[in-house]
Design a protein. Structure first.
Lengths: 200, 543
């Protein structure tokens, strides 16, 4: 059972999970670096991992038009974050979901299926729940076996899907294999093959 | 009628397809021709007036989206589905896939049209082999195998399009234009070499205007060696006007070269790196190509140079090349060729076009005998690949055309006689090899059946077939498809035997045609005269 505490640091109120920081060292600097590494245009993104939220604040500053959905497993982190004066609450939605099944059945999945926003991982904030966050990531991006099965079913690809169950993220090549083996006759199969050819 | 032409290639390839677009327009003057190109070549729109509508494929954007780890795996699919749906709303009557890659084949499959031509996919396999021209292209393009046909000719053959005679390289004005940079570092001659080259031109002929052509993003790099006055900065659509006042273009393998060819500008090409002049030199009449004889050239298209230094570029001496360029701009071709041929360890080619034979890349170091033999081979392939066409020439006419073309290309009577003798000797060897393969096939089939169709029995024959076309010399060219029939997986030995047998029959047919053509030309004594006009269309009877 993880418990969350807070401590005042140079970067403000920093959360700790079982005594370990849920922020990167030199949090503000790392947040800016992280944002620069994930710099692309998007109307809406999902960020996995709240921590102290500095990375979210920096990302939203760098992308003033984008909507952000944050998903974390610890409800205790939310209020301190939202109470910060530099948080733009108009463009922000923070969800606490503490199980894979919880995410699967959450209404946010409808929005994800509709928009398929990029999902950004902020791993310093994952703490002891790294495995769960990884499962979240795989589901939300369809880059895990469960995620791919979920979304293929939603988009009308019905059939038994054989896909690698190892921990690596799936790519378009894996999708191509699935399509060639199970959905070769689907009218969308040539499109997936096209996309596969774009990857060197 | 609405036709979609898929040309998802680089700029140089698209420009080489311009004669095909003109031919398509001439054949279907009332059709609405749509051209689908990569967004990166959108600037070429004004250079392709034969196309009524341009569609852009945002390849780099799609690539980025597919490659991003944080992106939803299925999102690009939905986006692409929407794009294809939008394109399909045009309701094309025909789709012509002029792009020979898998991406385009899948796209052609995804689009609806009653008629589709070119490389197509039916799921897991590719259908390219609707005609022999397509197969020839498939077998030889992208490899180091020799091709008797230019890229433009192969596409024209594959799609049944006629080609207009390309312009003669003449040029106008007194400007020497240099296109120093290509799209690929290994195809670039060093800028210091270009500097020495330009210095020589300016020293020997201060009356000539010598300029380097650069796109805006290339300027900074060139300014390390050249003054701003020497550099003309232009975007693609401005280039034709510049070429219109150019006597000679010296260039690597670039799209500017192809524009210059179509504008009738004389070209001296430095074919370095992966440049394969055999297939993509300027499609024109009377231009020159210089390339190194280093064993690694031409190198693979998609790999960087593997040598410790740029050997192919280093073998080209700037001063002598400049002297050759000066002779060309003075239209002193004899001296120009003498100058080029004096450079050791380089190949020197001249392009030629004859309506009877098509485009030829003449190796100026080769003997007349070899030229003659090469011309005959080209005609053999052309006759064979066109055999189902209503307009194909008979063997007698082909022999006459060859002799006339040979005369135009400067092949002497002695050259023809020696060439035919060489071809006859080769014919014996070709027949022998074919007989040997036929024997091996029969024996392998017997053993395989006796062994319960054990596929292991195919190993020896596969190995034998793979040895048939290890080099790209003239004789081995006839066995390329047979060699390939021996490779690759097949469901059963019966499929293997079927494939090999089919290729043997094709090779046999072509060799018979070769024999008939040789005999026809020999009958005429290798001389163009009255006798050749009365040659039988079907060729002599089999002895």
């Amino acid at each position: 059972m993880e418990f969350i505490t807070f401590r005042e640091t140079a970067d403000g109120l920093t959360p700790f999970e079982n005594g370990r920081s849920l922020c990167a060292p030199r949090a503000r600097e790392e947040a800016v670096k992280w944002v620069n590494h994930h710099s692309f245009r998007a109307r809406h993104v999902v960020i996995l991992g709240l921590g102290a939220g500095l990375h979210i604040i920096e990302w939203m500053k760098a992308h003033p038009q984008a909507m952000v959905t944050v998903i974390d497993t610890h409800a205790a982190l939310v209020a301190p974050f939202l109470s910060r004066p530099d948080v733009d609450r108009q463009r922000l939605e923070v969800l606490t979901i503490d199980s894979f099944e919880g995410l699967l059945s959450h209404e946010v999945m409808e929005e994800i299926a509709l928009e398929m926003p990029p999902v950004l991982a902020f791993q310093p904030a994952w703490g002891l729940r790294k495995e769960l966050f990884q499962k979240f990531f795989g589901l939300l991006t369809a880059r895990s076996a469960e995620g791919l099965r979920y979304f293929l079913a939603r988009f009308g690809f019905h059939g038994a899907i054989e896909v690698s169950e190892d921990q690596r993220l799936l790519t378009i090549k894996d999708l191509g294999l699935v399509v060639d083996s199970t959905f070769a006759g689907d009218p969308r199969a040539p499109l997936i093959r096209m996309l596969r050819e774009l990857v060197v | 009628m609405k036709i979609l032409v898929i040309s998802l290639l680089r700029l140089g390839d698209l420009l080489q397809q311009r004669p095909l677009l003109r031919s398509l327009r001439a054949r279907y003057p009332q059709a609405e021709i749509h051209l689908l190109v990569n967004a990166s070549v959108a600037a070429a729109r004004n250079l392709c007036p034969e196309a009524d509508v341009f569609h852009l494929f945002e390849r780099e954007e799609w690539q980025e989206e597919v490659g991003r780890a944080e992106a939803h795996l299925l999102k690009p699919l939905l986006g692409l589905e929407e794009w294809v749906h939008e394109l399909s709303r045009e309701q094309f009557d025909e789709i012509h896939n002029w792009t020979h890659n898998r991406l385009s084949a899948h796209l052609a499959e995804a689009l609806n049209a009653p008629v589709k031509k070119g490389l197509l996919s039916d799921g897991l396999r590719f259908r390219v082999l609707e005609n022999d021209w397509s197969r020839f292209f498939n077998d030889r393009f992208g490899s180091r195998r020799r091709s008797y046909f230019h890229y433009t000719e192969l596409l024209a053959g594959a799609f049944g399009l006629d080609l207009a005679v390309p312009p003669v390289s003449a040029g106008k004005g007194s400007r020497i234009l240099i296109q120093p940079l290509t799209s690929d570092e290994k195809k670039n001659w060093s800028l210091s070499s270009w500097r020495t080259f330009v210095d020589r031109l300016q020293t020997e002929r201060s009356d000539l205007q010598v300029n380097l052509l650069a796109a805006p993003f290339e300027v900074e790099r060139l300014q390390a060696y050249f003054s701003p006055e020497e550099i003309i900065v232009a975007n693609l659509t401005e280039v034709p006007a510049i070429l219109a006042q150019t006597a000679l273009l010296i260039s690597g393998d670039t799209s500017i070269k192809h524009l210059a060819a179509q504008a009738g500008v004389m070209i001296l090409e430095l074919a370095l790196g992966s440049a394969d002049a055999d297939k993509t030199a300027s499609f024109t009449n009377g231009s020159y190509v210089v390339s190194s004889q280093v064993s690694c050239a031409p190198c693979a298209h998609s790999s960087p140079c593997r040598q410790l230094s740029h050997l192919c570029g280093e073998s080209l001496p700037p001063v002598r090349l400049a002297d050759a360029a000066l002779a060309l701009v003075s239209r002193d071709f004899t001296n120009a060729e003498k100058c080029l041929l004096s450079i050791p360890q380089v190949r020197v080619h001249r392009t030629a076009y004859d309506a009877r034979l098509g485009w030829t890349l003449m190796d100026l170091r080769q003997s007349s005998e070899t030229h003659a033999a090469d011309l005959v081979e080209k005609m053999v392939w052309r006759l064979d690949m066109n055999r189902d066409s209503e307009q194909v020439a008979g063997v007698g006419t082909a022999a006459r055309q060859l002799l006339e073309a040979g005369s135009f290309l400067g092949i002497s009577t002695a050259g023809w006689q020696a060439g035919l003798t060489l071809l006859e000797k080769e014919q014996v060897e070709l027949q022998r090899r074919l007989l040997q393969v036929q024997g091996s096939l029969a024996e392998t089939a017997r053993l395989c059946v006796a062994d319960g169709l054990n596929p292991q029995r195919l190993t020896e024959l596969r190995r034998e077939l793979s040895q048939l076309a290890t080099s790209s010399d003239r004789m081995n060219m006839h066995f390329v498809t047979l060699a390939e029939a021996g490779q690759g997986a097949v469901p059963t030995p019966f499929h293997f035997f079927g494939n090999v047998r089919k290729r043997i029959e094709e090779t046999e047919r072509r060799l018979q045609l070769r024999r008939r053509l040789i005999a026809q030309i020999q009958e005429a004594g290798g001389i163009h005269g009255e006798k050749s006009r009365n040659l039988s269309e079907r060729g002599p009877e089999t002895p």
